[in-house]
Structure formats: C-alpha cells, structure tokens
Design a protein around this ligand. Sequence first.
Ligand code: NAD
Length: 269
Amino acid sequence: MTDLPGIAITGISGRMGQMLLKTVQDSDVVKLAGAVEREGHEWVGQDVGTASGGAPVGVVVTDDPVVAFANAQAVIDFTSPTATLGFAEIAAQARAVHVIGTTGMTDDEIAKLEPASRHAVIVRAGNMSLGVNLLTQLTKKVAAALDEDFDIEVIEAHHHHKVDAPSGTALMLGEAAAEGRGVKLADVRDSGRDGITGARKRGDIGFTAIRGGDIVGEHDVLFAAAGERITLRHVATDRAIFARGALKAALWGLDKKPGEYDMLDVLGL
Ligand code: NAD
C-alpha cells in the first residue's frame, strides 16, 4: 500500500478537485499524498475526507504546496492559471509529474511553464477525456479533406460557473481544424461576435460559447457549406471522464523524461 505512487490534488474543494479525490480514493494503484486549497479557504487545516463530508482519510488540506507535494510522485492540478504557474515551479522542485487541467492560460503563461518542464514531466491538456482527444484527430482529418467552401464553427456549452471562453476544449478543436487546413489559428480565429460584425470572412474559424445551468461540457465542430453540413460532436455527461484521464496522465508520466506533453501523447493518438 505504502509503495503506491502518491498523488497530490490542488483545488481540492473545487468541482474537479472533488471528482479527482473520489477517483484517487477508488483507485488501487495510487494513494492520496496531499491536498491543497487556496490561502484563507475554510478547508485548510481540516482532514480532506471530513471536509468533503465523509470519513477522515489521514491527509490534511494545506495551503502550502511545498508540504503537499513533498511525498507526491504526481500533482493533479485543476485550478486557475496563476495558481498553476506557482504549482509548476514547486512540482518541478519536487521532481513530481505535473498534470495540468487548468484552462484559460494565455500564451505568455504557457511559455512560463518551460523552465519547470526542464526538470519534470508536465502533461497539459484543455480536455483530458479520450473522446475529445479522439475528436481533435477527427477534426484535423475532416478539415484537411475539405476546402474553404466549408465554414468551420466550434460551438461549446458549459455550466454557468465557468470563467473562461472559449473553453480550453473549443480552442483545442480550433487548433486541430487550423492544423488540418495548414493555417495558424491566431490568423483565422473569430470569437465573440456581437453587433454589426460584417459578413463572415472566408477561411475563418468561428467560436460560440453557451453558458447555462449544470452543463458538464458539449462541443460541436460544424463544417457548413452551401447545400450541406457536417457536425462532429462530443457530449460529456460526467466529470469523472476528466478525472480518469488526469490520473492516467499522472501514471503515464512517472517514467517519462522531463518535458511538456499532452493527452495525445498519453493516449498514443
Ligand atoms: P472550481 O472553481 O470548482 O475549482 C477550482 C478550485 O481551485 C477551487 O476550489 C479554488 O479554491 C481552487 N484554487 C484556486 N486558486 C488556488 C490556489 N492558489 N491554491 C489552491 N487552490 C486554488 O473549478 P472547476 O470546475 O473544478 O475547474 C477548474 C479548472 O479546470 C478550470 O480551469 C476548468 O476550465 C478546468 N477544467 C479542465 C478540464 C480538462 O479536462 N482539462 C475539465 C474540467 C475543468
């Protein structure tokens, strides 16, 4: 039991933090080694099991990642971009695999992960599910097969608590479509349409974000031409798919060389 790889979870009280806790506790190949919440959070200092409304598990929630990561071989992190940058440095010092599910990171923030990835494995993905990662490959193929007569639109829907748009997954799908077309997403990205926008520019990749209720995550990639449409769709109905993917990434990373990886590497897609 004690030889099992230890997993530290950040943002333990969050929607994904709680799902990760359950996934780690249900697993017989890893053990919980640490739990982090932000400074001032009421769970800090409490047993993670008790704070989550269950039986004590012998791990106390801390606001100090250095303490939480000390006995961890991997850190699973679904928090916020600023928090994630701090965790990357500390996970690298602990030589722990850092699995990053946090979305909404800017290109500058992503670039700041590079020093950490020289010392430890980082696996970062806007979506950790097998289905979505497969969908990125399909999107790339379809985009490569069709010309600009087909307008590409990525339509996503999430719960009303989500703070970033378009979703990390929508951007992954947009990147895949752009790659298939042989263009850079930054040059053709069209998000946040409102008002007199003018006609749609040929070759653009458009994004629409729907926010409401408790929607876990839905993504459509629409290829629309005169007279016909193709839609590729993924619907997530349970956050467990992201937690299972993240745990898989953590285990995969244990024997890999330092560097930055994504779920396509983990899943071998
Ligand atoms: P949430 O708001 O429910 O949880 C975030 C948690 O992080 C909160 O408990 C918050 O207190 C904690 N936190 C923030 N700053 C912290 C800090 N400095 N130290 C420690 N803890 C800190 O959000 P959520 O729905 O769980 O989503 C979290 C992130 O994961 C978002 O960016 C979301 O888009 C992303 N997400 C990614 C995937 C994926 O597959 N990659 C799937 C679902 C969600």
